[in-house]
Design a protein around this ligand. Structure first.
Ligand code: TYM
Length: 337
């Protein structure tokens, strides 16, 4: 059975970008494929500590699992939830992959460049981040890894490492994840998703942005979120069109409108084609986002902490066995066993 796998770091509250770009597509895929695929959803707690954690890490972990459940993920059967640090094989495989990945290829990672730019001192975890990510994926032979567009380069690296290792031995060891074009097709999206910063739509919406108006957090009061949408930066072309290059602000609003209402982007684009009043579009998106947040927050409050712990412990017992088997195969191939 093929595996679909993903994770979201838990440094603090999630933005609407993380939610719509990664969590919602995963929930949709998981519910569609849970009879025919393993669905691995994990909390990358080790990836989380590469940077400061806002609030209590344990609380953030529990909350992040609740997010999936509140977003409608159906549990049971082939669906496995787990914490990365509770499955030691991730760190073990990380080291072995470190001995295959090159400094040059890690130096080229855009996320590393962005996170280290202008900093006097950068921890080695930030540099090695994509290799641990490769271990997360390859341990389970995951073919599909739903992530936002900013992670595609890390997926390509994972694929390259798997192919490089397979070529070294007589028998293939890993299933490389599919190419990003195939991932996008599998996710049934028009392209990778990148929700933009509301004030500066050239950039992605990011947790680390200081300007409050630039990002919508899942914990935002719905009326506050609506105001943020109303103050979003647009352009002066006066034409509602999906064109990320020339009209990123307007395109971002169309994208958000489609995702929060779970309708195809093309449908939203057609509805607004030829319109020129940006205020009307903003009002509609503000309403959609606040309705969505109100119902999401209600769902979230109804999920107990005990239910989350039970889910994690069951998942960890299962995946530790799968991961240890794969790790042993790798250790044997490298002569360590
Ligand atoms: P993280 O926490 O940085 O991002 C989590 C997910 O959110 C997506 N994302 C966005 N999507 C659309 N628009 C945005 N503005 C936006 N901001 C973030 C990211 O693409 C990501 O999918 N490295 C992963 C965590 C991870 C992982 C893995 C994922 C660790 N190991 C193995 C898959 C498989 C990450 O970026 O987390």
């Amino acid at each position: 059975m093929d595996t679909i796998l993903t994770g979201i770091r838990v440094n603090g509250e999630l933005t609407l970008g993380n939610f719509l770009g990664a969590l919602v597509p995963m929930v949709r895929l998981a519910n569609e494929h849970n009879k025919t695929h393993n669905i691995n959803i994990f909390v990358p707690d080790l990836h989380t500590i590469i940077s400061d954690v806002d609030g209590d890490l344990q609380k953030n972990i529990i909350k992040s699992v609740k997010y999936y459940l509140a977003a409608g993920l159906k549990v049971g059967g082939n669906v496995h939830f787990y914490r990365q640090s509770y499955v030691p094989a991730h760190s073990e495989l990380n080291w072995i992959l470190n001995c295959v990945a090159s400094m040059g290829e890690l130096n080229r990672m855009t996320q590393f460049k962005e996170k280290s730019e202008g900093k006097e001192s950068v921890n080695a975890g930030i540099f090695d981040y994509p290799v641990l990510m490769a271990a997360d994926i390859l341990l389970y032979d995951a073919r599909y890894v739903p992530v936002g567009e900013d992670q595609f380069q890390h997926l390509e690296l994972t694929r390259n490492l798997a192919i490089r290792i397979n070529n070294r031995f007589d028998e293939p060891i890993f299933t490389p994840p599919e190419k990003t074009e195939e991932q996008v097709k599998f996710m049934n999206l028009d392209g990778g998703i990148r929700i933009r910063d509301l004030q500066n739509p050239e950039k992605k919406m990011s947790k680390s942005s200081r300007a409050e108006n630039s990002k919508i957090m899942l914990s935002d009061d719905p009326s506050v979120a609506a105001k943020k949408i109303m103050s979003a930066t647009t352009d002066s072309l006066g034409n509602i069109k999906f064109d990320m290059f020339n009209q990123p602000g307007i395109s971002n609003l169309l994208q958000i409108e489609a995702l929060v209402n779970d309708v195809p982007l093309q449908e939203v684009i057609s509805t607004w084609a030829g319109e020129s009043h940006y205020g009307d579009l903003k009002k509609k998106v503000a309403e959609s986002v606040s309705t969505f947040l109100a119902s999401f927050q209600e769902e979230l409050a109804a999920i107990s902490e005990e239910a989350v712990y039970e889910l994690l412990e069951t998942g960890e017992a299962y995946v530790n066995e799968v991961a240890d088997r794969k790790l042993e195969k790798v250790q044997k191939a490298f002569g360590l066993r």
